[in-house]
Design a protein around this ligand. Structure first.
Ligand SMILES: Nc1ncnc2c1ncn2[C@@H]1O[C@H](COP(=O)(O)OP(=O)(O)OP(=O)(O)O)[C@@H](O)[C@H]1O
Ligand SMILES: [Mg+2]
Length: 245
């Protein structure tokens, strides 16, 4: 089976077709994505690999609706994204997408608990329900005894675990992580990876993880590589060959 975690390979959560992205810089145009077709299955962990500058973050930002493609369409959970207005996109994004970045992007003035609750507050969700869920998520990521700490009072690994809890706050359909362990040492990277794999197993979240870490990519259900603005699926047995000198 291609993906053990996804029960039904016909169950496509996100489907992108013909995604392109051009950047205009001065008088020149940079074609970063030249035609991406990608299906993401419900419940899978998909690793996205590729050289620096290949367009991984660009693609993730488009799939996460932080940026619009130059052309192409995609559908998330049966809804077409391309036709939505900026306001509609913001609401849909807050409900459907959880983000984890390389640097945590937590708000420094707020405690871990408040940071995790923030997406719910933005969505104007019920206060006590949100509080209970935020506490539960912080427990899931092993930080029950750090909920009052502000970001400046947490370690790098703890900050990323708070960021994962925050990403899950609104029960998103998909979690997009852009080099979530890129800034962590080996031990904390492993801890973060275990955490994401546990969450995918137990809570059935779908993860897309951009990574330079081939050990991490090798653990994913599927691996896709961005190269020359296109995407192709990489079979795991070829992963080492691809990156050996
Ligand atoms: N706003 C922008 N304007 C112009 N060019 C951009 C912009 N954002 C990214 N680029 C260019 O697009 C290309 C792809 O960038 P992107 O950040 O997606 O790469 P990446 O694969 O995530 O790289 P890395 O592994 O280093 O994070 C790069 O060459 C970058 O310089
Ligand atoms: Mg990047």
């Amino acid at each position: 089976m291609i993906c053990e975690r996804c029960n039904d390979l016909k169950n496509i959560l996100l489907s992108a077709r013909g995604i392109t992205k051009k950047y205009n810089v001065g008088t020149s145009t940079l074609d970063v994505l030249v035609g991406i077709d990608l299906d993401i299955y419900r419940g899978e962990i998909l690793a996205v690999i590729g050289e620096s500058g290949a367009g991984k973050s660009t693609l993730l930002h488009i799939l996460g609706m932080l940026d619009r493609p130059t052309s192409g369409t995609f559908e998330l959970n049966g809804e077409y994204i391309t036709d939505k207005s900026d306001n509609e996109l913001a609401t849909f994004r807050n409900k459907m997408i959880g983000f984890v970045f390389q640097f945590h992007h937590l708000l420094p003035e707020f405690s871990a608990l408040e940071n995790v609750m923030m997406p719910a507050l933005i969505a104007r969700k019920n206060g006590s329900g949100a509080l209970e869920r935020a506490k539960m998520l912080l427990a899931q990521v092993g930080l029950s005894d750090r909920i009052k700490h502000r970001p400046g009072e947490l370690s790098g690994g703890e900050l990323q675990r708070v960021a994962v809890a925050r990403a899950l706050m609104n029960e998103p359909a998909i979690v997009l992580a852009d080099e979530p362990s890129g800034n962590l040492d080996h031990k904390n990277s492993l801890m973060l990876h275990d955490l994401m794999w546990n969450l995918a197993d137990k809570l059935k979240y779908t993860f897309v993880i951009v990574t330079h870490d081939m050990a991490l990519a090798g653990k994913a259900d599927r691996i896709v590589q961005l190269h020359d603005g296109k995407i192709k699926e990489i079979q795991k047995q070829y992963l080492n060959e691809l990156f050996s000198p």
